[in-house]
Write a protein that binds this ligand. Structure first.
Ligand code: BG6
Length: 497
């Protein structure tokens, strides 16, 4: 695909994401010669600084970039830094957007970026609509010369109502085809591989349904707590922060029907259908029975004291915000009727891992007796991160007398490939947006369908702050009670245990 000359305008350029993720991703694209010949980044934010200062902050003296750079690259890095500019936006919006428009036009002429503009909003979401409106009022959204695209970061809304309002607000100034809602999990190689595993093999898809699948399990665990993001996280919680976005995106890729082609709209149409088929838990009784939340409490890990959530900076000492969530739910459609999905996510857990486990049904007639149900089912494990890969567990005969069954592994690791350069999620997603490919971006109706499923749970949890809420020691697999959510003595698969 061709990447046309263009300018990337980052709002919130003095923030953490720009230095930590965006600029290193753009640098790698530059190094890999993926950027167009004429390309400029214009950082925009409230902070008062000049282009030189911006360059040193996010490139020349950036701890995030410098650790990726070898000594011999220094000249190259300087050349990259020269592509970066900065403009501060004052509080007097009208005047400063006029100033911004002038700067953009001037840079466009100087650098030959052909009037193509991508606006990347890495600001608090409360500013998205205001920025879109101001860009419009300053004449920056008109596609007279070149195209316009808008990338927005999560969280996209706080619930269904606010997500809808945000979609409506943005659609006033940009059409849906111009809006790129980032979900960085879709940029992960292994998340995309879910589609390829399913739809490019003839051995999995025929089994990918209620007849052969017993249940589906997804675990997303992080070792870190909320770090410095307590202020944001305390108003969000695990269900909003991870489940509504990243994990439901993964669910949609597992659940969806085969698209008729790899075209962005075809794939996204099927994902929306998948999300719409999640059985909404309407009454509190169902929600309380099928969901559970937890909050990490202080503990000692390897002789080191670890803070509890309520002691973290920016967190209300009486907070009831969940740092762990586990859900059991069903998908009401032809393929998945009665197959339970178990999904859990948590911070301050024993290891960082995201994996999908497809548990196949045990053979319907038992020829070889075995006590251990869990060891007998065929499992397809899709390792999203780390150790990206796919693992198939199947039964083999234990050598010796009798017919005893053991599980053996067939595995594939991305690191074993010769071309194992796994692109960073932001790198891939930014390049897609630069090329106008929306496949790996969430469409408005996808985001709304995900909120529609999550909304009643959030509401029920808010109305019943102490029901189904448990503490768990930091560094453990969440509240003990989450084991009871998985029936049939299968239990959660705790990778690494
Ligand atoms: C972000 C969440 O979207 O994803 C964070 O806001 C979380 O709370 C992060 O830590 C996890 O991303 P990854 O790529 O490290 O799994």
């Amino acid at each position: 695909k061709k990447t046309l000359n263009q300018m990337l305008i980052i709002f919130g350029a003095s923030g953490d994401l720009t230095a930590r993720k965006l600029i290193p991703a753009i640098y790698n694209l530059y190094k890999g010669q993926h950027l167009p010949e004429n390309f400029v980044v214009l950082g925009v934010s409230r902070s008062n600084m000049g282009s030189e200062e911006f360059r040193s902050k996010v490139v020349l003296e950036s701890e995030f970039l410098q650790k990726k750079i070898a000594k011999e690259e220094k000249d190259f890095v300087q050349k990259f830094a020269d592509k970066l500019y900065y403009e501060d936006l004052g509080t007097d919006y009208d005047a400063s957007y006029e100033k911004l428009a002038k700067r953009i036009n001037q840079l466009d002429e100087e650098h030959g970026t052909d009037g193509n503009l991508i606006f990347y909003l890495s600001t608090p979401p409360s500013l998205y609509e205001t920025i879109a409106k101001n860009l419009h009022d300053a004449g920056l959204t008109k596609e007279e010369k070149g195209w316009r695209r808008l990338i927005v970061e999560k969280p996209f809304g706080y619930n269904l109502k606010s997500a809808k309002a945000l979609n409506d607000g943005l659609h006033y100034y940009f059409n849906e085809g111009q809006v790129y809602r980032i979900d960085h999990y879709l940029g992960k190689e292994t998340v995309q591989n879910l589609l390829v595993t399913r739809f490019s093999n003839s051995i999995f898809e025929p089994l990918w349904n209620r007849r052969y699948i017993h249940h589906v399990e997804i675990t997303n665990a992080e070792t870190v707590g909320v770090e410095k993001r307590g202020g944001y996280y305390d108003k969000s919680g695990a269900l909003r922060d991870m489940f509504q976005s990243h994990l439901l995106q993964i669910v949609s890729l597992i659940v969806m029907e085969p698209p008729i082609s790899s075209d962005a709209e075809e794939i996204r149409d099927e994902k929306v259908k998948a999300l719409k088929s999640l059985r909404i838990m309407k009454d509190e009784e169902t929600i309380i029975k099928n969901t559970l939340r937890g909050q990490y409490v202080g503990s000692t890990i390897g002789g080191k004291k670890v803070k509890g959530y309520r002691e973290e900076e920016g967190v209300n000492p009486e907070s009831t915000t969940e740092t762990f969530a586990a859900l059991k739910f069903y998908v009401d459609n032809w393929r998945w009727k009665d197959v339970p999905f178990y999904v859990r996510t948590g911070k301050a857990m024993p290891t960082k891992v995201t994996e999908v486990v497809i548990h196949f049904k045990t053979p319907h007639h038992e020829v070889f007796k075995s006590q251990d149900v869990y060891k007998k089912d065929n499992k397809l494990i899709i390792r999203i991160q780390p150790d990206e890969g796919v693992l198939l567990k199947f039964g083999v005969k234990v050598p010796g007398l009798g017919f005893h069954v053991e599980q053996a592994n067939m595995d594939f690791y991305y690191s074993d490939l010769d071309s194992a350069q796994v692109m960073d999620a932001y790198e891939r997603l930014l390049l897609d947006a630069m090329q106008g490919d929306t496949t790996l971006y969430a469409r408005a109706d996808e985001v709304e369908a995900a909120w529609r499923f999550v909304d009643p749970i959030l509401e029920c949890w808010e109305n019943n702050p102490s029901v189904n809420t448990y503490g768990y020691a930091a560094g453990t697999w969440g509240p003990k009670n989450s084991d009871e959510l998985i029936e049939d003595s299968f239990g959660w698969r705790n990778p690494g245990d």
